[in-house]
Structure formats: C-alpha cells, structure tokens
Design a protein around this ligand. Structure first.
Ligand code: CA
Ligand code: CA
Ligand code: CA
Length: 325
C-alpha cells in the first residue's frame, strides 16, 4: 500500500494514531504531511505491530501532540525506515516528542532514521526519540535497534531517551548536547564517527507561539519553520523557488557520512552528502569554499572548490570502482 503527497491534518483519536493508524504490512508514504493531529500514542501516525515494515520518504510531521508517547510517530513495527523526513514542533507528555519506539517484548522494533531533521519537539523524556516498553510493568526483554545517520537532532537538548537499552547507533549526525544529550542508563548507545554538536543554522527554525497567553499552554501553536541549511554558496528557498545567498554557512553541509551517496545534490556539493532532510536531494544547500562559485567547472574538480587537487583525488579513492544502483 502506498500513500503519495497526502495531507493528514487536524485529526484526533482518543487512543492510537491521530492522523493515521496502520496495521498493514509494507506501507510506503512519500511526500506526506502530518500536521496538528493528536492522540494518546502516535499523534501523527501509529504504526502498530506490522511485520512487513513501514517506509517514510520525504514526509513532514509538524505540530502533532499526544497525551502519552510518540508526538509525531509511535512505532512497534519490526522495521520502520525514515529517510529525508522532518519532525518539528511535535510534543509528547511522556516519551518521544517526535518518535517513540515501543518494544513489545515478544517482537523486535527496528527503526532507521537517515537524513532526518528534528527541531522544536518536546517531551518529558527524549525530545526527539525515545524507546519504551509496551507495558512498563512487563518484565519482557526489550529487543530491537535504532540507527541515526546523517541527521540533525536540535530540540533543545535531551534529544534521545533509551532507558530500556535498545541497541542504538548514532553517526554523522548533529545532536544537541552531544553524548550528554542522550539518556542511556544501560550504556548501549554507540556514539559513532562524525557526530557534532553545533548550531545547524537552519534558514528559519520555527517556534511555539504562546498565542498571547504565556500562562496557558493549551492554546499555543507551532509556527512552521524552514529547515534548509544556510549557505554562503546558495540555499534553496521554497517560498520563492529560487536560490538565495546567506551570510553564514551551516556546519551540517558536507558533514554526512563520506560513504553515503551524494544523490542529486547540486554542484558545488563538496563531493559529500549534507546532514538533514535535504541531504542528497536537489534542494541540498551548496558547499562554500570562501569565495564565489567557480565561473567554469574544471574537469576533475569533484568537490567544487575550483581546484583539482588531492582533496578531489581522496574522494575518487574513497569511492573507487563503486557503481550506482
Ligand atoms: Ca498560550
Ligand atoms: Ca554536500
Ligand atoms: Ca576540488
């Protein structure tokens, strides 16, 4: 089953999946938006017990909320694969402001987060991602894994809560608070190569508007942001559908895994994928090398800094004899 360019907006459920409640196997959602939905678990989407996997590509979860866990997405599926997705302004009263992985004890919950952005999400535990047991009183073991690669987790710190000790690996990602932003009492989280903790310099981070009543949180609403990365060499602006020049350049540009495909990133792309939801896409922010882009492109200039030198040779060496799919 496939959903393409669907909008799930301002729906609510008393228990599971405010926008969408899935029990089917092998569902793919592409270019879908979940906005302003609410439930008890899985404000935007609840992926419930499917074994065939859930695939989300280029989806946006914004301003969804829950009374318990998984403000944007709650999953206890055997496999959830999220690529180029944005979670912003989602909230959970308990666990996982954006994403909550629910281990049912008798089945694995495996989630991969590749090239995703988390910003402005809030929860009591794990502003971006949390791992919990289906039944807190259940003595069943927790089984499964969470992988975070080429992503930006920038929700004000305390990004990840993994109190149940699911296998977890984080690499080539920008995590606010660094290892200190990960609640990992079982000490199983693998802090891999290439992680940073630096302001990602989003074009416009979005914010929670108190609606004139700062003492009452019930009427607050999320003002949507723009999570393209600032660049002095060029950033795609979806509002004007044109490229604009910033006065600063994001540290997340060309900071993804050097072995990840560049995808459709426009030139100059540094010969390396960007972190975040636009990494590897035609809307990836361009690489800045301290001057204006090259007037002519020299053959062999892989990274786009207007020179052919060892840096280019290094990229070629790294990917020698690779073939694209
Ligand atoms: Ca208010
Ligand atoms: Ca790049
Ligand atoms: Ca070069």
């Amino acid at each position: 089953m496939t959903f393409t360019s669907c909008l799930f907006e301002w729906n609510s459920a008393s228990y599971l999946g405010g926008g969408l409640f899935l029990t089917a196997d092998g569902v793919t959602l592409t270019d879908c938006t979940f906005r302003g939905n609410s439930a008890w678990h899985g404000g935007g989407l609840k992926n419930y017990g499917s074994s065939g996997g859930l695939t989300l590509v280029n989806c946006i979860f914004s301003d969804n909320s829950v009374g318990a866990s998984g403000g944007g997405l709650s999953t206890d599926s055997a496999l959830s694969s999220l690529t180029n997705c944005t979670f912003c302004g989602n909230s959970a009263a308990d666990d996982g402001g954006a994403v909550c992985n629910v281990s049912r004890g008798w089945d694995e919950v495996n989630t991969t987060l590749l090239s995703c952005v988390f910003a402005g999400n809030t929860a009591a535990r794990g502003n971006a991602v949390a791992c919990v047991l289906y039944d807190q009183d259940d003595e069943s073991f927790a089984a499964g894994s969470v992988s975070v690669v080429n992503s930006i987790l920038w929700d004000g710190g305390e990004e990840i809560a993994n109190p149940i000790g699911l296998d977890m690996a984080i690499a080539y990602s920008n995590v606010r608070g660094g290892p200190g932003g990960v609640h990992d009492p079982c000490m199983v989280v693998v802090w891999g190569d290439g992680n940073i903790d630096t302001d990602p310099l989003f074009a416009d981070p979005g914010y929670l508007d108190p609606n004139g009543t700062p003492d009452d949180g019930n009427d607050d609403f999320w003002v949507a942001g723009n999570y393209h990365l600032k660049s002095q060499a060029g950033r795609y602006d979806p509002a004007t559908q044109s490229w604009v020049i910033d006065d600063v350049t994001s540290p997340c540009i060309d900071a993804g895994d050097p072995m990840s495909p560049i995808g459709l990133e426009p030139f100059p792309n540094g010969g390396r994928v960007n972190m975040g939801a636009y990494g590897g896409t035609p809307q990836a922010s361009k690489s800045y090398f301290g001057g204006p882009p090259c007037e002519t492109v020299v053959a062999g200039d892989i990274n786009g800094d207007c020179r052919v030198d060892f840096l280019d040779f290094q990229i070629v060496g790294l990917h020698w004899l690779e073939t694209s799919q």
